[in-house]
Design a protein around this ligand. Sequence first.
Ligand SMILES: [Zn+2]
Length: 166
Amino acid sequence: MRIGYGFDSHEFRPGIPLKIGGVTLAHDKGLGGHSDGDVLLHAITDALLGAVAAPDIGVLFPPSDQKWKGADSAVFLREALKRVRDAGYSLANVDASLILAAPKIGPHAEAIRVSVAKLLGVPAACVGLKAKTPEGLNLENAAIAHVVVLLEKRRAPKSARKKKKK
Ligand SMILES: [Zn+2]
C-alpha cells in the first residue's frame, strides 16, 4: 500500500467562476491562480503524485506556463491517475477537508463527492469530504484543501502471476 498527502490553497477573486471538485458553484468570487483554481482537485492531484513519489503538480504543470492558464484541473488529475496506474497501483480511497468561509459547502457536498468520484473512477463511497470554516485562522478570503489518498498494489492478471511462479 502507499499513502499520499496533498495540500493546496487559493485566494478568492471577484468576477471569476468558482470551481471545487469539478463542480461550478454559484458565488460572487472564484479562486484565482493556477489553471481554473480548483483547490480540491489540485490537492487530490498532489496526494496521488506524492503517493507514487512523482514530481508535484507545480513541477509537472508550471503555473508560469501560459498553457495552463484557465485549464480544466481534471487534466492534472488524469495525469496523476495515469502515473498511479503506471506505478502498479489503484486508488483505494480519498479523504478531503475543505476550509473556506463561503460559500457553504454543505448543500453541494454530495455533488462534489460524486464529481470527484467520477473523475477518479471510484465509487462515491470511496470519497470522503468534510467542509470547515476557518475559525480563528483569519483566512476569510482563501480556500484551503487537505487531502489524503490510499493506494493499493494492483493484482497482476492470473496469467502474469503464473508466469512469475515459473
Ligand atoms: Zn492549486
